[in-house]
Design a protein around this ligand. Sequence first.
Ligand code: SF4
Length: 333
Amino acid sequence: MDAISYERAGDIAGALRAAQQPGTMFIGGGTNLLDLMKGGVARPARLVDITHIPGLDAISTLPDGGLRIGALVRNSDAANHAWVRERYPLLSQALLAGASAQLRNMATVGGNLMQRTRCPYFYDTAFAQCNKRAPGSGCAAIDGHNRMHAILGASTQCLAVNPSDMSVALAALDALVRVSGPGGERVVPFTSFHRLPGDRPELDTTLQSGELITAVDLPPPLFSEHAHYLKVRDRASYAFALVSVAAALQLDGDTVRSVRIALGGVAHKPWRASAAEERLTNRPLTDATLHDAAAAALQDARAQRDNGFKIALAQRAIVRAVNQAAGRQGGVA
Ligand code: SF4
């Protein structure tokens, strides 16, 4: 067992100071980090507990009509908050699709953004090959069991997928991640927060060393009327997505005025389906336009040995999610 030291931060400045020591990690709800530590995957020398920093557990309105969700807001509190349910039902649905009630009561919004892939080779240190856990060691999933792995944006170094449901909705909603660090505060567009594996799969995000997530900002609500989060998984609860779809629409009669579609379970980051959005915008929402958009979303997909089924599954899930968001009875492929 490794010895670790523990410190409780009283404010953001104190947390940032503490994080300057090498080997330090922040801990919030701990629902992923403690698992990683118990398995020997994460081995911090020092934990800085951020759960007592005042002000980071609040949900507040923004001057532009948007919403700020503090990094320490528990997933269950975010999902059930009246403003989130009424104005951002897509986010509420995605949060409630994740994990179990007990985990949602502990897990924080900031921690949800930082959770790591559930690739089994990453978690099992008996496997020597994992470029994410041990850079340069190889990737056991490439020739191994890769049913749950990526079909979009993978590299020759890593096929892992991001496991977060919440992040798929936040990608669709064009959220912003607020970050404090040694260089001050900055705001990261959500679709730039997580990264593709490339040749640095050990890096999940664009967060810099010593930076702390303080909040997630949601733009003014445009999609409270037509939104749906669809999660397809092997069992009805407490399972990670094979494929998920966050769909949100603004409709003018049957015509799509604007649309957001993001996919989960398919890539190293929440995958914004921009090609599908382009195919639907300012077009009538019909079975034909929807199937055309779903095909466009997966046009660059590449199957691994065991996960070719995900391509057709993702296309069907897009059709179903958009139809559900629109309140439409249209056909499901
Ligand atoms: Fe590791 Fe990524 Fe390969 Fe999984 S897919 S074994 S996380 S390098």
